[in-house]
Design a protein around this ligand. Structure first.
Ligand code: F6R
Length: 234
């Protein structure tokens, strides 16, 4: 893993943007995208730039299951607000969390990933080491699947909802194997509450207890972290 330590998430966003710009310059066609607070500064730098994605495909990691149609808590809404409205892609895929048959939707999503191999995948990391919504215990060979969110993730995401009870209990997420197929993976983390997960991901054993540790088995991972997230590294 190539580790870049930055001062704060603003500088992290500039570094993250640079990876997108380099990937585009080198002919990348398909970008794997994440939601959450972490990638926002990278998306802001992309929006400020003259990068053009109208010839590119985007594939998002995950989506909640069971939100009402048009919900402004959906990841679809998040992506439009934080990136797509300003930087449209030729086509943007997100899992359909309102599909009647989530198993069929998961299979369909894996087909989309197979048909559009991801050149650069951006990831955040959960405090429990999840990537996408792959919670501890998720097998390394998992493909897109329905997920039951852990209490730790529900608590972390409650800040975006009026009441904790409003946080969905299920999601649909790319699996670890789906993520590992990406040619280049960029994982970002900012803040002290990510320090344990980052230490485990980089220095710990590869274990399903900390899903992000599987990235040690990928040969092209760039880690962009601020000093707080890096504070527990040896
Ligand atoms: C989001 C996602 C999650 C987040 C993670 C960190 O699409 O897949 O794995 O990246 O929960 O969230 P933030 O960035 O809000 O701390």
């Amino acid at each position: 893993m190539k580790v870049i330590i930055v001062k704060d998430n603003a500088q992290g966003g500039k570094e993250g943007y640079q990876l997108f710009a380099d990937a585009k310059k080198n002919g990348a066609k398909t970008f794997g995208l994440a939601t959450g607070s972490t990638p926002i500064t990278t998306y802001q730098e992309i929006i400020k730039s003259d990068l053009d994605f109208t010839d590119s495909i985007s594939i998002n990691l995950d989506e909640y299951v069971g939100l009402p149609e048009g919900s402004d808590q959906s990841y679809n809404y998040f992506m439009h607000k934080n990136l797509f409205d300003a930087k449209p892609f030729k086509h943007s895929y997100l899992p359909n969390g309102r599909a009647e048959d989530i198993e069929a939707e998961a299979k369909h999503y894996d087909q989309i990933i197979d048909d559009n191999p991801i050149d650069l995948q951006i990831l955040g990391i959960g405090r429990n080491g999840h990537i996408g919504f792959n919670e501890p215990g998720t097998p390394a060979d998992s493909k897109t699947h329905k997920v039951t969110l852990t209490q730790s993730t529900i608590d972390a995401n409650a800040r975006f909802f009026e009441h904790e009870e409003d946080v969905p209990r299920f999601a649909i997420s790319m699996g670890l194997a789906s993520i590992m197929k990406s040619k280049h993976i960029l994982i970002e983390a900012f803040g002290e509450d990510k320090a344990d997960a980052i230490k485990g991901m980089i220095e710990g054993p590869v274990t399903t207890d900390l899903p992000a540790s599987v990235l040690q088995n990928h040969d092209n991972v760039t880690v962009i972290i601020d000093e707080a997230a890096a504070s527990k590294l040896e």
